[in-house]
Design a protein around this ligand. Structure first.
Ligand SMILES: [Zn+2]
Length: 493
């Protein structure tokens, strides 16, 4: 059966459109990356996880994806932070790029194919500004260069805003003209000020404005027209609107075929942003919860919808991941290294992969894909615990087929990359620390119970089991010996 056609919600058209690659089998995607003046927070981490999952799925579907995500390492906020810390702005940015890379690696985000920096793209930025001036879309004033928004007829086509409304709704500060012709004209190049990084240009020493970098970088690494452009919802205006104006006025071509925007992350009701100060750093969240559990939590909501973050949601996500990994561990124990021969399977294992594919093809419906996973794991559990058929070889073959599908699903979603026993032990360590469980006492209890069992004192063995349970410790007797786990802090939903 042919795989389902992929349809994506395009912000430009406000509707789902079929994905038609510019070059068959290939896709170019540009995602606006972080401004590196501080640690990455979980709101940004959610956006980058969404696009990471989208890229993984597109590759799973066989596309050769070129994924570009930039670093804004020259910016007002970086200069301000560097001046406050009495540091060089480029060095401060380089430091936070390293921190960003460490944190996103911990979250199992794939590194993009290209991660350009503003400070490495100055010649391309200057070239595109020169082109805009030559085409009459931009003008130099003093040492600054501005984009003249009224000269570009397509301005605001993405956000569907109205230029005159923007002017009449603007605050006094935004209406200060300085050397601009129109209050809505925006800076492509800013004249050097003391204490700021600057580069030579035809307009004197200066640095780029914020928006021009993405126009220069996307053209450099993906061409003047490419397939997909992503970012957070807050970037639609002015950032993406300005990117479109700059790129399209310079090239005369459509910048990209499809605009994708990720929803906000709410911190129990309040939008999280660095400027409001109510932020949770990704690094702190990863101290508290497993990385895949955080990914799983992000995927519980469609990428375009708002997602509410709370400690309870995180704990629930980790409990859910425990269920998945516990299932995989149990299935591995049952089937690993065994040969169940050739023959018929029970049911239709492939259907879970088709369900996942259909959900993801429909504008990357993450919760739908997780629903398919739930069905898959339900089936794995049922076949392991209460197989509905007597034919053991058929059950074994079906378990192997389902296990294989779980592996394919993990490629498409970036989950279950760990060895189940490793993941479960790490989870146990975190719970032990969180609940203050005395491990020496647990080990002593298990040893005493073993002695009681050898002495056939089953009453004493049961008493010890109950005593451990009161400490939230559940013991499990397996062919390999007695192991233990911490009882979930929350009921599995
Ligand atoms: Zn951008």
């Amino acid at each position: 059966m042919a795989p389902p056609d992929i349809r994506i919600f395009n912000t430009m058209q406000q509707t789902k459109v079929p994905l038609v690659p510019l070059n068959p089998g290939k896709l170019g995607i540009y995602v606006c990356g972080p401004t590196v003046y501080s640690w990455v927070h979980i709101g940004n981490a959610r956006t980058f996880t969404s696009f990471d999952t989208i890229v993984r799925y597109l590759r799973f579907r066989g596309f050769e994806v070129r994924y570009v995500r930039n670093y804004t390492d020259v910016d007002d906020k970086i200069i301000k932070a560097a001046n406050e810390a009495k540091e060089d702005p480029i060095a401060l940015a380089a430091h936070f790029i390293r921190e960003f890379e460490a944190d996103t690696k911990a979250l199992h985000l794939l590194p993009p194919d290209v991660s350009p920096k503003v400070s490495d793209t100055i010649p391309e930025i200057v070239a595109i500004i020169e082109k805009l001036i030559a085409r009459g879309a931009a003008y130099a004033a003093g040492g600054d260069v501005y984009f003249e928004v009224r000269k570009y007829p397509g301005y605001l086509k993405l956000s569907k805003k109205n230029l005159d409304d923007l002017v009449s709704g603007a605050g006094e500060r935004e209406l200060v003209l300085d050397s601009k012709k129109d209050p809505m004209d925006f800076a492509l190049w800013k004249a050097a000020k003391p204490g700021e990084p600057s580069w030579d240009s035809p307009w004197g020493k200066g640095r780029p404005g914020w928006h021009i970098e993405c126009s220069a970088m996307s053209a450099k690494y993906l061409g003047e027209t490419f397939d997909l452009h992503g970012g957070g919802l807050d970037l639609i205006f002015p950032h993406h609107e300005n990117e479109i104006a700059q790129s399209e006025a310079a090239s005369g071509k459509t910048l990209c075929n499809c605009w994708m925007h990720g929803g906000f992350l709410d911190l129990e009701g309040a939008k999280m942003s660095k400027s409001l100060g109510n932020v949770v750093r990704l690094r702190d969240a990863l101290q508290q919860v497993d990385a895949e559990a955080l990914r799983f939590f992000f995927l519980t909501t469609h990428y375009r919808q708002a997602l509410s973050f709370s400690d309870k949601q995180l704990a629930d996500a980790e409990t859910r991941m425990e269920y998945f990994y516990e299932t995989l561990r149990k299935v591995d124990e049952r089937v690993e290294g065994k040969d169940f021969g050739q023959g018929a399977l029970h049911g239709d294992p492939e259907r879970f992969l088709r369900e996942l594919d259909e959900a993801m093809a429909d504008d990357f419906n993450f919760p739908g894909a997780l629903g398919a996973l739930s069905g898959l794991f339900n089936e794995l559990n049922q076949l392991t615990d209460k197989p509905p058929v007597k034919d053991k070889a058929m059950v074994g073959r079906t378990l192997l087929a389902l296990r294989d599908i779980a592996k394919k699903a993990s490629l498409a979603l970036g989950l279950f990359e760990d060895k189940p026993s490793d993941w479960l032990l790490r989870r146990r360590d975190r719970q032990v620390a969180r609940l203050g469980i005395d491990v020496a006492k647990v080990d002593a209890g298990i040893a005493a119970r073993q002695e009681a069992r050898v002495a056939k004192n089953f009453q004493e063995a049961d008493r010890i089991r109950a005593e451990l349970k009161a400490m939230r410790v559940e013991i499990m007797d397996t062919p390999a010996g007695t192991s233990w786990k911490v009882l979930s802090e929350l009921p599995t939903t």
